[in-house]
Design a protein around this ligand. Structure first.
Ligand SMILES: Cc1cc2nc3c(=O)[nH]c(=O)nc-3n(C[C@H](O)[C@H](O)[C@H](O)COP(=O)(O)OP(=O)(O)OC[C@H]3O[C@@H](n4cnc5c(N)ncnc54)[C@H](O)[C@@H]3O)c2cc1C
Length: 338
């Protein structure tokens, strides 16, 4: 809820919403069986109702309300809520500016070794108090973590200016149905999201362990099928016009088997991977397809871990240490790869 609340506040302030590209949209999720028959989704809806997420509704009537009478007889249930939708290109530019305005100096360089092996050199070189490792898939190198792998995803980008088709203002999603054993990870997924005032995203796809980024409507059956699925779901999309200079976005979600890794490399975790007592590295990677959703909550936790780490370091080295401040924390990279 930390990120949800922060993004909601950004969207509510017209000036901040314009600058960050964050908007609140109604998002509806459709299902081919009653949600009550799927404990995982049922619990999720109950959690949403009790969480403070805005405008949560659940019911069969949402299908007709959102898609029209008689549409999609295969759909049996739906829930909806107000969700932050972020124009991530715009948001990352704003966020970078914000970090710089707070005093950060950004330097781009590739880390080619496990951070633990070069920690002392890096702390010295950058006169840093701590290192926060946010390298996503790069954690294969920076934390020697074999649990990290890519989940490739594609999105088709079409014009949403209201000319070639009626403007879509709400997000519509059919999540993957795990019970369909004959289907791959994402062959039933529908993801129709107005990302900005002019761009509508159509998707989606999930391909584990795929690294290639050269996918488009000409060379990939998966991308073409994805478009067909969206048009079949929302027939008005048959007139949709691709965005000429950037019709298909392909990205690698930095997934980590088990879970996100968030914690000090000097911590007392049972996982012995890249851990050393006294280390001043804090890992924060492996957010998969939820990096924006989890961003503010994880960042708050990182700040607390760094503060605790520096306090304990000060206690044990009080003769030699100087005052440590968060300004000394170096963020390894703010580049964005989507
Ligand atoms: C199709 C698609 C749809 C998505 N939809 C959503 C969504 O709806 N909601 C959501 O929350 N998330 C979504 N995501 C996921 C989201 O984009 C990621 O979770 C997020 O970008 C992860 O951020 P990160 O900073 O941890 O990793 P990254 O964005 O991968 O950034 C890691 C950075 O570390 C740098 N780096 C890596 N290795 C090194 C090294 N050795 N030395 C120096 N620098 C290094 C990289 O250059 C990069 O800049 C989606 C992703 C895709 C592909």
């Amino acid at each position: 809820m930390v990120s949800y609340n922060i993004f909601s506040q950004m969207a509510e302030d017209p000036e901040l919403a314009r600058a960050t590209g964050v908007r609140m949209r109604v998002a509806t999720f459709f299902f081919q069986k009653p949600i009550s028959e799927d404990p995982e989704t049922y619990n999720k809806v109950q959690e949403l109702k009790n969480s403070g997420v805005k405008c949560v509704r659940h019911g069969f009537e949402l299908i007709e309300e959102e898609l029209g009478r008689g549409a999609h007889s295969e759909l049996k249930d739906a829930y909806q809520h107000l969700a932050p939708v972020i124009d991530t290109d715009q948001y990352m530019v704003w966020l970078t500016g914000r970090v710089v305005s707070l005093g950060a100096e950004l330097r781009h360089a590739e880390i080619t070794h496990r951070l633990l092996d070069i920690e002392a050199d890096l702390l010295h070189q950058f006169k840093a108090d701590a290192i926060v490792n946010c390298t996503g898939l790069g954690a294969m190198v920076t934390a020697a973590d074999d649990n990290v792998y890519p989940l490739r995803g594609c999105l088709i980008r079409v014009k949403n200016d209201g000319f070639s088709m009626p403007k879509v203002t709400k997000a519509l999603c059919v999540p993957h149905d795990d019970s369909k054993a004959d289907m791959g990870n994402s062959e039933d997924l529908v993801f129709i999201v107005p990302r900005s005032e002019k761009v509508l995203l159509l998707g989606g796809s999930v391909e584990p362990h795929e690294w290639g980024l050269d996918l488009n409507l000409d060379n990939s059956a998966l991308v073409r099928t994805m478009l067909d699925r969206c048009v079949n779901f929302l027939p008005a999309l048959k007139n949709a016009e691709l965005i000429d200079d950037f019709p298909v976005a392909v990205g690698l979600r930095p997934f980590r088997k088990g879970n996100v890794r968030l914690g000090a490399a000097g911590g007392s975790s049972n996982n012995k991977l890249s851990i050393r007592a006294g280390s001043r590295i804090v890992h924060n990677y492996g957010h998969g397809g939820s990096g924006f959703t989890l961003s503010h909550g994880c960042a708050e936790e990182v700040v607390q871990i760094v503060q605790r780490m520096l306090e304990s370091h000060r206690d044990t080295h009080c003769d030699s240490c100087t005052q440590s401040t968060m300004l000394g924390v170096q963020v390894e990279s703010q580049r964005y790869s989507m």
